[in-house]
Design a protein around this ligand. Structure first.
Ligand code: CP3
Length: 346
């Protein structure tokens, strides 16, 4: 198995900089559409053989250094008792949003194997398939990001209902976040037991919070998850706070092995702030995949240069790859990261 990804997470020396891509299994790959056309997105998540098949696609087709489990951050919420739908245009929808004490009280904490066994089965299949390939990353959403979907009932522009609950009824908000946190801890522990070799916590929407609200309404729950996992496993934990540059003075203390960054901050700035305490992941602007080859190579070199002083660096896009991206360009990106980072090591 290629271990560069795991080594970089722990700050060990590597021959080249490893790369994986957020949303690497997905709609930019024609091979994904072939499998996906057999049913709905949720059907695909719940079918371990097919979910494993699409997880492996980017490993075989574009050559990334880690696989990420094919699933969605929202599937454990369904098992908390919130029916989940994915609509072609609107994306995820929770038809019965969680906005009252009664609704929060009714939420249950799912059992990883009993309720989410299909995810654990996918992980077990993948570990067999990946023995001679690359490590497997499991994941969850972070409590704030998950809560926005439950409270808003789906995706949101301004998070009005979430922030209103935070400010108008902080006790209820706290109970909801505590339950989501308990669910996430059980879910991630289950993934570790099933064989995940690293875990990423996606805080996709946390960048909409003021730093003081992050401190009070989001960070404590992330910290609780990381502390609970650190008590049972040594596998690398990655915390990705999207749009989180202004939160870095806080996130750098969260206890994760790796912090992930979007493209709105330079990694040189990140390194100045975190020093050698953690490894870093990121952060090429995803739409750079539309640059011509020479300009893409220059941007790759720039990101690698900026990350040079880091304890460890895992190359990634600053957020998910878009469905319009050309798989050949994604493959070229992987090749450029490997070649240029080898060359920089002399
Ligand atoms: O990264 C991977 O390749 C693994 C699979 C993965 C998916 N979703 C598959 C998916 C992962 C890690 C996620 C995480 C996820 N899901 C996040 C956090 C990452 C981020 O992008 O910030 C979020 C916020 C979600 C919620 C979600 N799922 C939304 C908002 C949508 C609809 C919008 C969109 O991008 O399509 C989804 C659907 C989804 N999740 C698809 C895929 C491949 C598209 C579904 C399809 O095939 O129709």
């Amino acid at each position: 198995m290629r271990t560069e990804f795991l080594k970089a997470c722990k700050g060990e020396k590597t021959d080249y900089t490893p790369i994986w891509i957020m949303r690497q299994a997905g709609r930019y790959l024609p091979e994904y559409h072939t499998v996906r056309s057999k049913g709905s997105f949720l059907d695909l998540c719940k079918n371990p053989e097919r979910a494993a098949e699409v997880t492996l696609q980017p490993v075989d087709i574009i050559g990334v250094d880690a696989a990420i489990l094919f699933s969605d951050i929202l599937v454990p919420l369904e098992k908390m008792g919130c029916p989940l739908e994915f609509h072609e245009k609107r994306g995820p929808v929770f038809p019965s949003p969680i906005r009252t004490q009664a609704a929060v009280d009714a939420l249950r904490i799912p059992d990883a194997e009993g309720d989410l066994g299909y995810v654990m089965d996918t992980i077990r299949i993948l570990r067999k398939e990946l023995v001679n390939k690359v490590p497997l990353i499991g994941f969850s959403g972070a409590p704030f990001t998950l809560a926005t979907y439950l409270i808003e009932g789906g995706s949101s522009k301004n998070y009005l209902l979430t922030k209103r609950m935070m400010y108008e009824n902080p006790a209820l908000y706290g109970q909801l976040l505590d339950k989501i946190t308990d669910c996430t801890i059980a879910y991630l522990k289950g993934q570790v037991a099933a064989g995940a070799q690293a875990l990423q916590i996606f805080d996709s929407w946390v960048g909409v919070l003021a730093p003081c609200d992050f401190r009070d309404f989001a960070y404590p729950y992330v910290k609780r998850i990381i502390d609970a996992l650190k008590a049972v496993t040594d596998i690398p934990l990655i915390y990705f706070a999207n749009h989180g540059a202004t939160l870095l003075p806080q996130t750098k203390h969260c206890g994760a092995d790796v912090l992930g960054f979007d493209w709105r901050i330079g990694l040189d700035d990140v390194v100045r702030q975190v020093g050698q305490t953690v490894s870093i992941q990121g952060n090429l602007e995803p739409l750079c995949l539309f640059l011509p080859e020479d300009k893409l190579a220059a941007r790759v070199r720039m990101v690698l240069e900026e990350a040079k002083g880091a304890r460890g660096h895992i190359f990634n896009l600053g957020h998910g790859i878009v469905p319009e991206a050309d798989p050949a360009k994604a493959k070229l990106l992987v090749k450029l990261v490997h070649e240029i980072s080898r060359e920089m090591r002399g």
